[in-house]
Design a protein around this ligand. Structure first.
Ligand code: 5AD
Ligand code: FES
Length: 362
């Protein structure tokens, strides 16, 4: 058995082995992908679940150095959908048989914001006979806020740690009260405590990031025992501070390959979690998300934000489908997902199997 085959058959991967896998060349890389695909088929099946993504506002109180909608970017055209627009988008998801929606927006913390999200969660439940699953992705909040949203009916939460290396974290975020690494970590614990299926993730190919950092990110996710993961390539944005380091970055194609490897390795390490195929993959390769679905990912988040606003939710350059209508996305996605060898789990929540198993008393 070759060295790579031996690693791929291990139950537990060491840091060194993960690094080896991240550094594999084209031939071994294909073995990695094949093993991850096999595990995906065995543990979660070749079914892809839809989460209709509603990017409801790009107003953000934070100033992350990589993000196009950071507070200090005066060039960003700010928008905030009305409640009716958000509910209409959710209705579109419901009528299109998407099992779930994701409410994603810039990070804000205020009593008004808390009530708004709570009202929207209840509204989405009401319009879908209590059936649409709801994932929230609205940042760090106080524990009681998370509880209120969970009680209102949201059941999954995505909060990327962005990087699990504290030092790197502070190279890509301002070091101040609103961007504390410890607070972000605590938020992950609070989310679990509130009852949510817990999702986190990182950006791949950041300036200053090493292969060992990425291996540590995967070990961090395993240690935290997450239920879901969303991670994708970092894509530089001209109106952000990290733009100045663009010459240090890996070429886009390498960042893309690294992101696919991260997904495949995570599938091997955490066999029954949900792994999203990040939209940023499609910004590099037109069928990037489908490639990820082939080698380990099982969740896709079609953008159902009303067309007029899509262009303004620019976290990074070259964001795909910003000029298309949601329905177009549904049709083209369907064909491409079938091509990737997967079925679509229409009308299903597609909850994390990992969460379900964990939930059962021993
Ligand atoms: N490139 C890739 N991903 C980005 N995000 C924000 N800015 C960028 C960028 N420039 C990701 C972050 C955030 C998620 C909503 O989008 O990981 O958590
Ligand atoms: Fe908005 Fe980072 S810039 S959360």
């Amino acid at each position: 058995m070759s060295e790579i085959d031996a690693i791929l058959n291990k139950e537990v991967l060491s840091r060194e082995e993960i690094i080896d896998l991240l550094l594999t060349g084209p031939e071994d890389r294909n073995k990695l992908y094949a093993r991850a695909a096999e595990i995906k088929t065995q543990y979660v099946g070749n079914v892809v679940y839809f989460r209709g993504l509603i990017e409801f506002s790009n107003i953000c109180e934070k100033d992350c150095f990589y993000c196009g909608i950071r507070k200090s970017n005066k060039k960003s055209q700010r928008y905030n959908l009305t409640d009716d627009e958000i509910l209409d988008a959710a209705r579109f998801a419901w009528e299109s048989n998407y099992g779930s929606v994701v409410l994603q927006g810039g990070e804000l913390e205020s009593p008004a914001f808390t009530s708004r999200i709570e009202r929207l969660v209840r509204g989405i439940k009401a319009l879908s006979e209590d059936k649409l699953g709801i994932t929230l992705s609205v940042g760090e909040q106080a524990p009681d806020v998370y509880k209120r949203w969970f009680d209102a009916g949201a059941h999954r939460y995505l909060l990327r740690i962005e990087s699990s290396n504290r030092e790197l974290y502070y190279r890509i975020h301002p070091q101040d009260k609103t961007h504390g690494f410890e607070r972000r970590l605590q938020a992950l614990y609070d989310l679990r405590e509130a009852g949510f299926q817990l999702g986190t993730g990182v950006m791949i190919g950041l300036p200053f990031q090493t292969t060992a950092d990425l291996a540590d990110d995967l070990l961090f996710m395993k240690e935290l025992d997450i239920d879901m993961c969303g991670m994708g390539p970092y894509i530089e944005h001209a109106d952000t501070p990290l733009w100045q380091f663009r010459e240090q970055l890996l070429p886009l194609e390498e960042r893309f390959n690294l992101a696919l490897k991260m997904i495949a390795i995570l599938r091997i390490m955490m066999k029954n979690i949900n792994i999203a195929s990040a939209t940023a993959l499609q910004a590099i390769d037109p069928i990037g998300r489908e490639k990820a679905l082939k080698i380990g990912a099982n969740i896709i988040m079609p953008n159902i934000t009303p067309g007029a606003y899509r262009n303004d939710y620019k976290l990074y350059e070259n964001k795909p489908c910003t000029d298309e209508e949601a329905a177009d996305c549904k049709n083209c996605l369907e064909a491409r997902i079938h091509m990737s060898g997967n079925k679509i789990g229409y009308d299903e929540w597609g909850d994390s199997l990992h969460f379900k198993v964990k939930d059962k008393p021993a």
